[in-house]
Design a protein around this ligand. Sequence first.
Ligand code: SAH
Length: 244
Amino acid sequence: MKEVLFIFQIMITFFGIMFFLNCAGPNTKRLNSYAAERKDMVKNQIEARGVSDKKVLSAMEKVPRHLFVSEQYRTEAYRDYPLPIGEGQTISQPYIVAIMTELAKLKGDEKVLEIGTGSGYQAAVLSLLCREVYSIEYIESLAKTAGQKLKELGYKNVYVKNGDGFIGWTEAAPFDVIIITCALPYIPDSLVRQLKEQGRIVAPIGEEYETQILTIFEKTDNKLNEKEYEPVRFVPMKGEIKKE
Ligand code: SAH
């Protein structure tokens, strides 16, 4: 009799678990698996390459990168490479987003200017670590999609506008930090003027089709001091800079 009761108990537990898993449904399972992929990405692609700022790692673990790419690339969202976002542009590799964010050295109260909104993903990561993010995107359709996406996901301290980052965002200046996510040969004066004293710029410096160098600039006495970090590859800056 005891054994029968025991088997009965096991059966009830088994069906209970099955019922629970079923209730969780495919969406919950998928969400859990994206969260697990994100954790993996942070550990194996980002921490493993030396990013150690706990706040940056935590932001990378929170932002749903798969929602910033089209359906077609969703399952690849947490892999170790950039992905197409349309109009010949790309969302940067996760590690690059993380290292650029770490190099910005955000404490929480900064006003940040991003040039090259793209998908809006980097802006979302930054928004968790500072007061406000102002992001400029040259391609109108990308600016529109990114702006809508950020709003829909509840990133309230991010402002997106369609325009040429070369001239910056005068109405919102001065900025504590400027992050440029397209490659450019030098930092335009307009951006230096819109950066606060002791402010930082993180940008890939170099020509199109060449390897660029991720560079950190600090403004002292109205001049930029620069420090090279590592070679990177970004899509080139469009617009005014090409005419210079
Ligand atoms: N930070 C983005 C990826 C940027 S890809 C993300 O997280 O998804 C580089 C972006 O810079 C592209 O979308 C490109 O259209 C934009 N860009 C190029 N030149 C620009 C300019 N002059 N001003 C603003 N954006 C520019």
